[in-house]
Ligand binder design. Structure first.
Ligand code: SF4
Ligand code: SF4
Length: 269
Protein backbone atom coordinates (compact mmCIF):
# COMPACT_ATOMS: atom_id res chain seq x y z
CA UNK A 1 0.00 0.00 0.00
CA UNK A 2 1.32 3.40 -0.97
CA UNK A 3 -0.76 5.58 1.37
CA UNK A 4 -2.64 4.85 4.58
CA UNK A 5 -5.03 7.46 5.94
CA UNK A 6 -6.01 7.09 9.58
CA UNK A 7 -9.20 8.96 10.38
CA UNK A 8 -11.44 9.76 13.30
CA UNK A 9 -14.88 11.23 12.74
CA UNK A 10 -17.82 12.26 14.93
CA UNK A 11 -20.41 13.59 12.53
CA UNK A 12 -18.83 12.82 9.19
CA UNK A 13 -16.90 15.97 8.20
CA UNK A 14 -13.51 14.31 8.63
CA UNK A 15 -14.68 11.06 7.05
CA UNK A 16 -15.91 12.92 3.96
CA UNK A 17 -12.54 14.69 3.63
CA UNK A 18 -10.63 11.44 4.20
CA UNK A 19 -12.69 9.54 1.63
CA UNK A 20 -12.34 12.25 -1.00
CA UNK A 21 -8.58 12.51 -0.55
CA UNK A 22 -8.18 8.73 -0.60
CA UNK A 23 -10.22 8.54 -3.83
CA UNK A 24 -7.87 10.99 -5.51
CA UNK A 25 -4.70 9.14 -4.50
CA UNK A 26 -3.44 5.98 -6.09
CA UNK A 27 -3.34 2.90 -3.93
CA UNK A 28 -4.78 4.42 -0.76
CA UNK A 29 -6.35 2.71 2.22
CA UNK A 30 -8.66 4.32 4.81
CA UNK A 31 -8.33 3.02 8.35
CA UNK A 32 -10.56 4.12 11.22
CA UNK A 33 -8.58 4.92 14.36
CA UNK A 34 -11.53 3.92 16.57
CA UNK A 35 -11.40 0.37 15.19
CA UNK A 36 -7.74 -0.30 15.98
CA UNK A 37 -6.54 2.10 18.69
CA UNK A 38 -6.95 -0.44 21.49
CA UNK A 39 -4.80 -3.09 19.78
CA UNK A 40 -1.69 -3.99 21.72
CA UNK A 41 0.74 -3.30 18.88
CA UNK A 42 0.14 -0.97 15.96
CA UNK A 43 2.36 -0.51 12.93
CA UNK A 44 2.14 0.54 9.28
CA UNK A 45 4.29 -0.23 6.24
CA UNK A 46 2.90 2.32 3.74
CA UNK A 47 5.21 4.93 2.24
CA UNK A 48 2.87 7.80 3.11
CA UNK A 49 0.69 8.19 6.18
CA UNK A 50 -2.05 10.75 6.81
CA UNK A 51 -4.05 11.65 9.91
CA UNK A 52 -7.49 13.19 9.29
CA UNK A 53 -9.66 14.22 12.23
CA UNK A 54 -11.61 17.13 13.74
CA UNK A 55 -10.03 19.96 15.72
CA UNK A 56 -10.95 19.60 19.40
CA UNK A 57 -10.11 22.36 21.85
CA UNK A 58 -7.54 23.81 19.48
CA UNK A 59 -5.67 20.54 19.10
CA UNK A 60 -5.86 16.78 18.75
CA UNK A 61 -8.79 14.71 20.02
CA UNK A 62 -7.65 12.44 22.86
CA UNK A 63 -8.14 9.27 20.82
CA UNK A 64 -5.99 10.64 17.99
CA UNK A 65 -3.29 11.87 20.36
CA UNK A 66 -3.08 8.49 22.11
CA UNK A 67 -3.11 6.62 18.79
CA UNK A 68 -0.27 8.59 17.19
CA UNK A 69 1.87 8.14 20.30
CA UNK A 70 1.25 4.40 20.25
CA UNK A 71 1.69 3.43 16.60
CA UNK A 72 5.06 2.31 15.20
CA UNK A 73 5.79 4.73 12.35
CA UNK A 74 9.33 3.59 11.52
CA UNK A 75 8.51 2.49 7.93
CA UNK A 76 6.67 5.47 6.32
CA UNK A 77 8.69 8.41 5.04
CA UNK A 78 6.04 11.07 4.31
CA UNK A 79 3.41 12.35 6.77
CA UNK A 80 0.46 14.66 6.31
CA UNK A 81 -2.57 15.78 8.27
CA UNK A 82 -5.87 17.38 7.32
CA UNK A 83 -8.02 18.71 10.14
CA UNK A 84 -11.72 19.58 9.97
CA UNK A 85 -12.49 22.71 11.95
CA UNK A 86 -15.72 24.57 12.62
CA UNK A 87 -13.98 27.89 12.09
CA UNK A 88 -10.94 28.12 14.34
CA UNK A 89 -7.64 27.84 12.53
CA UNK A 90 -4.40 27.26 14.40
CA UNK A 91 -1.12 25.58 13.70
CA UNK A 92 -1.05 24.11 17.20
CA UNK A 93 -2.25 20.61 16.17
CA UNK A 94 0.53 20.56 13.58
CA UNK A 95 2.95 21.30 16.39
CA UNK A 96 1.46 18.50 18.50
CA UNK A 97 1.86 16.01 15.66
CA UNK A 98 5.34 17.26 14.82
CA UNK A 99 6.44 16.76 18.43
CA UNK A 100 5.11 13.20 18.55
CA UNK A 101 6.62 12.37 15.14
CA UNK A 102 9.98 13.84 16.22
CA UNK A 103 10.08 11.36 19.11
CA UNK A 104 9.94 8.66 16.42
CA UNK A 105 12.64 10.39 14.31
CA UNK A 106 10.01 11.46 11.76
CA UNK A 107 8.52 14.80 10.73
CA UNK A 108 5.22 16.21 9.55
CA UNK A 109 5.44 17.40 5.95
CA UNK A 110 2.02 18.75 5.13
CA UNK A 111 -0.72 20.21 7.32
CA UNK A 112 -4.06 21.73 6.35
CA UNK A 113 -7.17 22.87 8.14
CA UNK A 114 -10.46 22.73 6.26
CA UNK A 115 -13.41 24.70 7.64
CA UNK A 116 -16.58 22.61 7.75
CA UNK A 117 -20.04 23.18 9.32
CA UNK A 118 -20.09 23.04 13.11
CA UNK A 119 -21.37 20.00 14.97
CA UNK A 120 -20.50 21.49 18.35
CA UNK A 121 -24.13 22.07 19.21
CA UNK A 122 -23.50 21.92 22.96
CA UNK A 123 -22.12 25.46 22.70
CA UNK A 124 -22.98 26.90 19.27
CA UNK A 125 -25.80 26.88 16.75
CA UNK A 126 -25.26 24.72 13.67
CA UNK A 127 -24.10 26.41 10.49
CA UNK A 128 -27.07 27.56 8.32
CA UNK A 129 -27.69 25.35 5.28
CA UNK A 130 -26.73 27.89 2.61
CA UNK A 131 -23.40 28.45 4.37
CA UNK A 132 -22.96 24.66 4.74
CA UNK A 133 -23.17 24.30 0.96
CA UNK A 134 -20.58 27.02 0.42
CA UNK A 135 -18.25 25.31 2.88
CA UNK A 136 -18.70 21.94 1.13
CA UNK A 137 -17.84 23.54 -2.23
CA UNK A 138 -14.75 25.20 -0.84
CA UNK A 139 -13.72 21.99 0.93
CA UNK A 140 -13.85 19.97 -2.29
CA UNK A 141 -11.61 22.54 -4.00
CA UNK A 142 -9.14 22.34 -1.11
CA UNK A 143 -9.22 18.55 -1.19
CA UNK A 144 -8.13 18.60 -4.84
CA UNK A 145 -5.18 20.88 -4.08
CA UNK A 146 -4.15 18.88 -1.00
CA UNK A 147 -4.36 15.56 -2.87
CA UNK A 148 -2.04 16.87 -5.60
CA UNK A 149 0.41 18.02 -2.93
CA UNK A 150 0.34 14.59 -1.28
CA UNK A 151 0.93 12.91 -4.64
CA UNK A 152 3.96 15.15 -5.18
CA UNK A 153 5.10 14.75 -1.56
CA UNK A 154 5.15 18.49 -1.03
CA UNK A 155 5.76 20.26 2.27
CA UNK A 156 4.02 23.41 3.49
CA UNK A 157 5.01 23.69 7.15
CA UNK A 158 7.38 26.24 8.58
CA UNK A 159 10.33 24.36 10.12
CA UNK A 160 10.19 26.70 13.14
CA UNK A 161 6.76 25.42 14.13
CA UNK A 162 8.12 23.72 17.24
CA UNK A 163 9.43 26.98 18.62
CA UNK A 164 6.14 28.82 18.34
CA UNK A 165 3.90 29.68 21.31
CA UNK A 166 0.18 29.40 20.67
CA UNK A 167 -1.94 31.48 23.01
CA UNK A 168 -5.67 31.69 23.48
CA UNK A 169 -7.90 34.23 25.18
CA UNK A 170 -5.45 37.12 24.90
CA UNK A 171 -2.68 35.07 26.38
CA UNK A 172 -4.52 34.08 29.56
CA UNK A 173 -4.67 30.42 28.67
CA UNK A 174 -1.99 28.60 26.78
CA UNK A 175 -3.34 26.47 23.95
CA UNK A 176 -1.27 23.55 25.10
CA UNK A 177 -2.88 23.61 28.54
CA UNK A 178 -6.32 24.13 27.03
CA UNK A 179 -6.02 21.00 24.88
CA UNK A 180 -4.29 18.96 27.62
CA UNK A 181 -7.07 19.79 30.12
CA UNK A 182 -9.63 18.75 27.54
CA UNK A 183 -7.92 15.42 26.93
CA UNK A 184 -7.55 14.79 30.63
CA UNK A 185 -11.24 15.32 31.40
CA UNK A 186 -13.00 14.33 28.19
CA UNK A 187 -13.97 10.79 29.20
CA UNK A 188 -16.31 12.13 31.87
CA UNK A 189 -17.90 14.87 29.75
CA UNK A 190 -20.74 12.43 29.00
CA UNK A 191 -22.07 13.11 32.51
CA UNK A 192 -23.98 16.04 30.97
CA UNK A 193 -25.88 13.87 28.45
CA UNK A 194 -29.46 12.80 29.17
CA UNK A 195 -32.56 11.92 27.15
CA UNK A 196 -35.97 13.53 27.10
CA UNK A 197 -39.35 11.84 26.60
CA UNK A 198 -39.00 11.56 22.82
CA UNK A 199 -36.64 8.58 22.85
CA UNK A 200 -38.00 5.64 20.82
CA UNK A 201 -35.24 3.18 21.85
CA UNK A 202 -34.10 2.96 18.21
CA UNK A 203 -30.48 2.28 19.26
CA UNK A 204 -28.86 4.64 16.74
CA UNK A 205 -26.93 6.49 19.46
CA UNK A 206 -25.42 3.20 20.60
CA UNK A 207 -24.48 2.27 17.01
CA UNK A 208 -22.83 5.54 16.01
CA UNK A 209 -20.67 5.95 19.11
CA UNK A 210 -17.13 5.28 17.85
CA UNK A 211 -15.84 4.11 21.22
CA UNK A 212 -18.76 1.94 22.38
CA UNK A 213 -19.52 4.41 25.15
CA UNK A 214 -23.30 3.93 25.02
CA UNK A 215 -25.32 0.89 25.99
CA UNK A 216 -29.09 0.65 25.90
CA UNK A 217 -30.52 -0.47 29.23
CA UNK A 218 -34.25 -1.22 29.10
CA UNK A 219 -34.35 0.78 25.89
CA UNK A 220 -32.59 3.86 27.24
CA UNK A 221 -29.02 4.97 26.48
CA UNK A 222 -26.54 4.95 29.31
CA UNK A 223 -23.17 6.62 28.90
CA UNK A 224 -20.14 4.68 30.18
CA UNK A 225 -17.65 7.51 30.90
CA UNK A 226 -15.16 6.81 28.17
CA UNK A 227 -16.50 9.59 25.97
CA UNK A 228 -14.43 11.39 23.31
CA UNK A 229 -16.99 14.21 22.96
CA UNK A 230 -17.36 13.56 19.24
CA UNK A 231 -21.08 14.44 19.51
CA UNK A 232 -22.20 11.72 17.11
CA UNK A 233 -24.87 10.50 19.54
CA UNK A 234 -26.55 13.86 20.05
CA UNK A 235 -26.35 14.82 16.38
CA UNK A 236 -27.52 11.51 14.87
CA UNK A 237 -30.44 10.89 17.27
CA UNK A 238 -33.42 11.07 14.88
CA UNK A 239 -35.75 12.31 17.62
CA UNK A 240 -33.40 15.03 18.94
CA UNK A 241 -34.01 13.30 22.23
CA UNK A 242 -30.46 13.52 23.54
CA UNK A 243 -29.67 16.72 25.40
CA UNK A 244 -26.47 18.11 26.87
CA UNK A 245 -26.91 20.44 29.83
CA UNK A 246 -29.43 23.19 29.19
CA UNK A 247 -28.35 24.46 25.77
CA UNK A 248 -29.55 21.87 23.27
CA UNK A 249 -33.32 21.69 23.77
CA UNK A 250 -35.10 22.65 20.52
CA UNK A 251 -31.86 23.38 18.66
CA UNK A 252 -30.79 22.04 15.27
CA UNK A 253 -28.58 18.98 14.90
CA UNK A 254 -25.88 18.48 12.26
CA UNK A 255 -24.15 15.64 10.52
CA UNK A 256 -22.54 15.56 7.11
CA UNK A 257 -25.35 14.82 4.62
CA UNK A 258 -23.36 12.07 2.86
CA UNK A 259 -22.31 10.23 6.00
CA UNK A 260 -24.82 7.74 7.39
CA UNK A 261 -25.15 6.09 10.80
CA UNK A 262 -23.93 2.91 9.05
CA UNK A 263 -20.71 4.72 8.03
CA UNK A 264 -20.20 5.72 11.64
CA UNK A 265 -20.90 2.22 12.86
CA UNK A 266 -18.27 0.81 10.56
CA UNK A 267 -15.49 2.94 12.11
CA UNK A 268 -15.79 1.20 15.47
CA UNK A 269 -14.64 -2.14 16.71
S1 SF4 B 1 -30.86 7.60 19.08
FE1 SF4 B 1 -32.27 8.87 20.25
S2 SF4 B 1 -34.26 7.88 20.00
FE2 SF4 B 1 -32.71 6.37 19.41
S3 SF4 B 1 -32.27 5.23 21.33
FE3 SF4 B 1 -30.78 6.89 21.21
S4 SF4 B 1 -31.73 8.56 22.37
FE4 SF4 B 1 -33.35 7.10 21.91
S1 SF4 C 1 -20.95 9.08 23.89
FE1 SF4 C 1 -21.57 10.39 22.22
S2 SF4 C 1 -20.15 12.11 22.30
FE2 SF4 C 1 -19.26 10.48 23.55
S3 SF4 C 1 -17.93 9.37 22.15
FE3 SF4 C 1 -19.89 8.34 22.09
S4 SF4 C 1 -21.01 9.27 20.39
FE4 SF4 C 1 -19.25 10.58 20.89
Amino acid sequence: MKTTIYYFTGTGNSLKIARDICDMLEDCELTPIAKIWKEETLSVTSEKVGFIFPLYYSGLPKIVYDFVIKIDLSKPRYFFTVIASAGGTTEFPFQQLERILNTKSKKLHLGYIIVMPTNYIIAYKTTPEDRQNLLFEKASQQVEVISEMIKNEESNLDPDILKREFLLYEGKYQTEKFNANFREKVNLRDESFYIDDNCTSCGICEEVCPVNNIILVEGEPQWQHRCQLCLACINYCPEKSIQFGTETKNTQRYHHPEITPQDLKSQRK
